[in-house]
Design a protein around this ligand. Structure first.
Ligand code: 5GP
Ligand code: ZN
Length: 110
């Protein structure tokens, strides 16, 4: 828990938010500024600043499993998964999160 972290506040329901999926490790919410028809963020409940700070290999696996579960729960079969690590790569919120992008507005493949 980091007191000035927006995603910690969402996880802790200090900021009301609709969870499109939740399990013991993560919550998933719609992105505030969607970059595709569907744009969901899978957010670990514990505060980890970025992938570079994540040392728990077991949690790493459970996060990817949670991405699969989120996609299934919201009915996605085809989707892109992105993790931005560091400001230079576009990370703007320093609480680890995995983007799930899907749908007709998905931009060209990277
Ligand atoms: P990043 O650029 O760090 O990989 O992704 C951060 C994402 O979080 C951005 O896509 C941004 O639109 C989203 N975001 C930032 N603040 C909020 C918020 O308060 N609520 C939600 N739902 N999304 C947010
Ligand atoms: Zn946090």
């Amino acid at each position: 828990m980091s007191t000035d972290c927006i995603f910690c506040k969402i996880v802790n329901k200090e900021i009301p938010s609709n969870f499109v999926y939740e399990n013991e490790d993560v919550i998933a919410i719609n992105d505030l500024h969607p970059q595709a028809e569907t744009h969901v963020l899978v957010i670990p409940k514990i505060h980890v600043a970025s992938l570079a700070e994540l040392e728990d290999v077991n949690l790493m696996g459970r996060l990817l499993q949670s991405v699969k579960e989120t996609a299934k729960a919201i009915g996605l079969t085809d989707y892109r998964t992105i993790i931005n690590t560091g400001a230079g790569a576009g990370q703007t919120v320093f609480h680890l999160h995995i983007h799930i992008l899907s749908g007709k507005n998905l931009k060209e493949k990277l």
